[in-house]
Design a protein around this ligand. Structure first.
Ligand code: E4P
Length: 217
């Protein structure tokens, strides 16, 4: 399972990278705005900065919603760096653009996916990644994890190459449940990754080991 961090915050990306387990980064316009990164040129510079920190894939989202605009923006983003994956929304022109990009060898991440039908379309169009937003489904009393399970079943049945990128992860149990269900990738905040470290028995066990070692001094 690949671990992506879902942020545009450079310190947090560095911290996850330093842990040695980071496989990539996902961003979106809201995450960029949260860091105060605005304007096309600044956003592009920020993507390059992120690519210098991590070795893996960095999702960069298009703003256009029409086919020509998505293609123009996506091609420019893909040219920026070979780690860039073009993030395209699940809309009609987005599906057409994903098909176009896949034929051109440009990698894509189909974002804002909330149903099995959308995930099926993304795979048919040749998306590299599909991003089901599980946290946002949970927020409206729907079952985000069930969606991951159903997409896994369909992709395995038809042997689609599209990787399931579980997105909108809110906490550590989401990470664990997505791993159990066979998501290829998870993207979440640093806290959801660091939560995997924690166990009270590890803390108390270590405390006792160190105390016993120091008795012999
Ligand atoms: C995915 O790539 C999105 O950036 C992200 O996971 C959305 O998460 P949110 O629902 O916490 O905003």
């Amino acid at each position: 399972m690949k671990f992506f961090i879902d942020t545009a915050n450079i310190d947090q990306i560095k911290e996850a990278q330093d842990l040695g387990i980071l496989d990539g980064v996902t961003t979106n316009p809201s995450l960029m705005a949260k860091e105060g990164i605005t304007g096309e040129e600044n956003i592009k510079k920020h993507y390059l900065k992120i690519c210098e920190i991590v070795d893996g894939d960095v999702s960069a989202e298009v703003i256009a919603t029409d086919f020509d605009g998505i293609v123009k923006e996506g091609e420019a983003l893909a040219k920026l760096h070979d780690q860039i994956v073009v993030k395209v929304p699940m809309i009609k022109d987005g599906v057409k653009a994903i098909k176009y990009f896949s034929e051109k060898g440009i990698r894509t991440n189909c974002t804002l996916v909330f149903s099995v039908g959308q995930a099926l379309l993304a795979a048919k169009a040749g998306a590299t990644y599909v991003s089901p937003f599980i946290g946002r489904l949970d927020d409206i009393s729907s079952d985000g994890l069930k969606l991951i399970e159903e997409i896994r079943l369909i992709y395995d049945t038809y042997m689609f190459d599209t990787e399931i990128l579980a997105a909108s992860i809110r906490h550590t149990m989401h990470v664990i449940d997505c791993a159990k269900l066979g998501a290829d990738v998870m993207t979440g905040p640093l806290s959801s990754i660091e939560g995997l470290l924690k166990h009270p028995l590890t803390d108390s066990g270590l405390e006792k080991f160190l105390a016993d070692y120091n008795k012999g001094k």
